[in-house]
Write a protein that binds this ligand. Structure first.
Ligand code: HEM
Length: 81
């Protein structure tokens, strides 16, 4: 029941810097996390996922496997993949 726009992976991939915006995907959702980058407790590592999927990184850094992390992410949703 989402009315958010659908983006292609190609469009997401264009957003992988603070200049162009930092977008990531997670479970079919697209997130513009540009404004969160400076607030990330894990620092600049977050930019490794810029323009792509969070899943491989969150599989490595299990600290993200918590409800409050998903709540933060949900605030930045801009579309569907
Ligand atoms: C920690 C959010 C992406 C690496 C955290 C914490 C939050 C967070 C809330 C603190 C968790 C806690 O201690 O309860 C996010 C969000 C992301 C994201 C919303 C994407 C939108 C990434 C990526 C990486 C990463 C892609 C690695 C490539 C880390 C590390 C920590 C951390 C290493 C632990 C920092 C420490 O405690 O010293 N992240 N993260 N994060 N994150 Fe992320």
């Amino acid at each position: 029941t989402s009315s958010l726009p659908v983006y292609s992976q190609e469009e997401v991939t264009k957003h992988r810097s603070l200049e162009d915006g930092v977008w990531v995907t997670y479970k079919g959702g697209v997130y513009d996390i540009t404004k969160f980058v400076a607030m990330h407790p894990g620092g600049d590592k977050i930019l490794l996922a810029a323009g792509g999927a969070l899943e491989p990184f969150w599989a490595l850094y299990a600290v993200h496997n918590q409800e409050h992390v998903l709540e933060i992410l949900s605030e930045y949703k801009v579309g569907e993949l």
